[in-house]
Write a protein that binds this ligand. Sequence first.
Ligand SMILES: [Ca+2]
Ligand SMILES: [Ca+2]
Ligand SMILES: [Ca+2]
Length: 213
Amino acid sequence: MQRHLIWLTAALIALAAIPSLKAEVIFTANLTNDQETPHLVVPTTATGAPRPASFGEATFVLADDMLSLTMEVTIFNIDVTGTQTPDTFDNLVNAHIHAPAPVEATAGVVWGFFGTPDNDNNPDDLVVTPFSTGVGGTFFSVWNALEGNASTTLTAQIPNLLAGLAYINFHTVQYGAGEIRGQILQVPEPETLALLLIGLAGLGFSRRKRTFN
Ligand SMILES: [Ca+2]
Ligand SMILES: [Ca+2]
Ligand SMILES: [Ca+2]
């Protein structure tokens, strides 16, 4: 009985500590051709010859004050300068975050950061680093609280982000509606996992106790 109280006390202490430990929220997205809607994205050159499948990976960090979303994306086999390959079909035209839309659905632009619309402007944080060899590059930027397309803002879109209803989309010459897309999904918070482990450990203890007493 006393050990139960110890577990209960430990769990309560962990619960009480959560607000002070509360950190940023992390999201990831894997960008692929087949997440585009409709699924007709087959990259080719302007003459119809095949080109390598394009793809990418993204990480987003929502600051604990919820005033900024930092973004790092790496994309492969999309020409980010227009000079990485002689063919034009793989040239990057625009890149945006869209919402609200679940997987398979589409939605309007809520934050454009490359090409048009350009909503990364208060301040403009975009740093594009093309690969020194190969085709593609990395994109770093920050979606600030008051930035957004058509009068939306990061603040207004946080509920959609937390609900998994936002996606990132890169648009090329060949695929103006989008060549690679990835749904932006929250990574489980370490605090939630820690609490779960404490709960499971407590459950394991109480089961043993019942067995042996
Ligand atoms: Ca090119
Ligand atoms: Ca910005
Ligand atoms: Ca900008």
